[in-house]
Design a protein around this ligand. Structure first.
Ligand SMILES: CC(C)(COP(=O)(O)OP(=O)(O)OC[C@H]1O[C@@H](n2cnc3c(N)ncnc32)[C@H](O)[C@@H]1OP(=O)(O)O)[C@@H](O)C(=O)NCCC(=O)NCCS
Length: 152
């Protein structure tokens, strides 16, 4: 993700989240936050999805992932998350974690498919409606090894 991508990212952010991040927040992530790594997914030159994470020692913390509404259900979110996981392994992560709204069963199914397991609850985490966050973790080495075995 580059600074010039931020306008497109904010369009997707607004159609995806009830409390979207501002352009300034993304600008700060790209220019000031040395822990941050953001990817965009392009289709025919158009940004159709993005995802990001913070690398904290050997842990990757996913901050957000979204696919443009018109492009959902085509395995693009899955490819994006696999890319984030691969980048996290490349950057030295052993584990990857994220928080997801208790009501967001679509995202939870995607995460479960890619090895994430629920590990706890942050009660009332989301300030807009007081919803709980489910904390999920995945072991990246295990996923990488299983992938290598499947390739053999
Ligand atoms: C979550 C999100 C990124 C998924 O992207 P996507 O490209 O539509 O998902 P994919 O087509 O790659 O689907 C991958 C898996 O996700 C789950 N999934 C996706 N859409 C689903 C749906 N409508 N119903 C149930 N499960 C669904 C399934 O497990 C699916 O695998 P399967 O097709 O083998 O069953 C997308 O829905 C999105 O941007 N949502 C809004 C933002 C958001 O909620 N982000 C997560 C915040 S924590």
């Amino acid at each position: 993700m580059r600074v010039e991508d931020i306008d497109s990212i904010c369009d997707i952010e607004r159609e995806s989240f009830t409390t979207p991040w501002s352009a300034g927040a993304f600008h700060n992530e790209l220019t000031n936050n040395h822990f941050a790594h953001y990817l965009v997914m392009q289709l025919d030159g158009e940004i159709v999805g993005y995802g990001g994470m913070w690398m904290i020692v050997d842990e990757a913390h996913v901050t957000n992932i979204a696919v443009r509404t018109a492009y959902r259900g085509r395995k693009l979110g899955e490819r994006l998350l696999i890319q984030l996981q691969s980048a996290a392994v490349f950057l030295g992560a052993e584990r990857i974690t994220l928080e997801v709204r208790a009501s967001n069963t679509i995202a939870q199914r995607l995460y479960a498919k890619l090895g994430f397991i629920p590990a706890g609850l942050r009660r009332g985490y989301y300030t807009d409606n007081g919803e709980d966050a489910i904390i999920m973790w995945a072991h990246l080495r295990r996923i990488a090894e299983e992938g290598a075995e499947a390739d053999e």
